[in-house]
Design a protein around this ligand. Structure first.
Ligand code: EPU
Length: 281
């Protein structure tokens, strides 16, 4: 007799504030998936995919969409022993991946040192810093879309600054990385330079940079020059350390954060486009 081995998605009601680095957001139904049949069940519209929650602003009322999170089956780290090209699971944490590539003496990911993402989320928004972004290392992605898995080459993903044109309703399940042979020492040295550039960023609850940098400018510098550091709505505050960070100094709500974003935009002469992914706000 064949026993069913799958138990289906693990579904529970959670407070999304517990799943975001900004620590803001109401309730939702979280569907944790561990395989194609789970994904098929969980990705009936409407749904959204939760990565590491590091670039997310969730409404106080929560979200009505099902929130899909990839489980352990999707966090496989790449095997670089076989060469500089390897698949990595979408739920794998980027910081661990960056360190692994460094140990293997492979270059390409060091510009993403310190970026608090999982691979799928980093691909979906083309995460990065001035020193490098995901588009520089991703050769292809495996996507779950319309109930099936398929592989899409990077050239068809429409990578641009903090943006990827993924097909609607697609879930990134794996990414094929193409790194460049170097040495552990050289990669470590580049990582130190990247880490130094981020040293002035706040360490308290935030969702990273709130706005994209306008062409040829730094949003943080523009906000700083407008004298907005320390501007506060409720417990949401423009960081004193970096103008493009909105920090949660206590128990900020999405309403506080949204009002603060609007206040910042109205006082900076250059139009600012949000980098975060808003959900329900
Ligand atoms: N600056 C100020 N005041 C501030 C902030 C910055 O004068 O309050 C000045 C700095 O002194 C520097 C310039 O503006 O001369 C650029 O600042 P920074 O080096 O911090 O870079 P950024 O353009 O503000 C970008 C990314 C960051 C990434 C850093 C470091 C964006 C929107 N931001 O910031 O990414 O960590 O470079 O590489 O692309 C993120 O995406 O969440 C993020 C934080």
């Amino acid at each position: 007799m064949t026993l069913a081995t799958t138990t289906g998605p693990r579904v529970r009601r959670v407070r999304l504030r517990d799943y975001t680095t900004l620590r803001v957001g109401g309730e939702a139904e979280l569907w944790e998936v561990d395989g194609p049949s789970d994904l098929r069940e969980a990705t009936r519209e409407p749904f959204l995919v939760l990565g590491s929650g590091a670039n997310l602003l969730v409404a106080d009322a929560g979200v009505n969409e099902r929130v899909v999170r990839l489980g352990r089956r999707y966090n496989a780290m790449p095997d670089f022993a076989a060469g500089p090209e390897a698949w990595v699971g979408a739920a794998a944490p980027l910081p661990g991946l960056v360190r692994r590539a460094q140990r293997a003496g492979l270059s390409g990911l060091e510009g993403l040192s310190g970026v608090p993402a999982v691979v799928g989320g980093a691909v979906a928004m083309n995460a990065g810093t001035r020193f490098g972004e995901m588009s520089g290392v991703v050769a292809a992605v495996e996507l779950f879309v319309d109930g099936d898995l398929g592989v899409v080459p990077a050239a068809e993903l429409g990578f641009s600054y903090r943006h990827t044109a993924l097909p609607a309703g697609a879930v990134v399940t794996r990414a094929l990385l193409r790194l460049t042979p170097s040495t552990p020492e050289a990669v470590a040295a580049s990582m130190t330079a990247v880490d130094a550039a981020r040293a002035g960023q706040p360490k308290v609850k935030s969702a990273g940079c709130a706005f994209k940098n306008p062409t040829g400018a730094s949003a943080g510098k523009l906000i700083d020059e407008a004298g907005l550091k320390g501007l506060r709505v409720g417990d949401a505050m423009v960081s004193f350390e970096h103008g493009n960070f909105i920090v949660n100094v206590g128990d900020a709500t999405a309403e506080d954060v949204t009002a603060l974003l609007a206040a910042v935009r109205s006082r900076v002469p250059t139009p600012l486009e949000l980098e975060w992914r808003p959900s329900g706000v």
